[in-house]
Write a new protein. Structure first.
Length: 87
């Protein structure tokens, strides 16, 4: 990897890393919610219900911003390369 002294590129790389981490956490929480829902169908929603709700709430908090930041980083990279921004 090429190192750069440009603070904008460094901030963009950091934002891309955080967006990637947020996506992994968010999609993992979504998987937890799906598994808990399926378990609740077969076993009952006494314990599974709150797990589903909490996992979906946490998914929303982590995944939505990560997706938006990821799109922003990719759009900035495309603009730096002189390619169309896609809108």
């Amino acid at each position: 990897m090429v190192t750069s002294d440009d603070p904008v590129l460094e901030r963009r790389r950091r934002a891309a890393r955080l967006a990637g981490l947020g996506k992994r956490i968010g999609y993992g929480l979504l998987l937890v919610a799906i598994v808990a829902f399926v378990a609740g169908v077969f076993v009952g929603f006494g314990t599974a219900g709150p797990v589903v709700v909490i996992a979906l709430a946490a998914t929303t908090v982590t995944l939505a911003p990560a997706i938006v930041v990821g799109y922003g980083v990719r759009a900035a990279d495309r603009e730096d390369r002189g390619q169309p921004s896609g809108h």
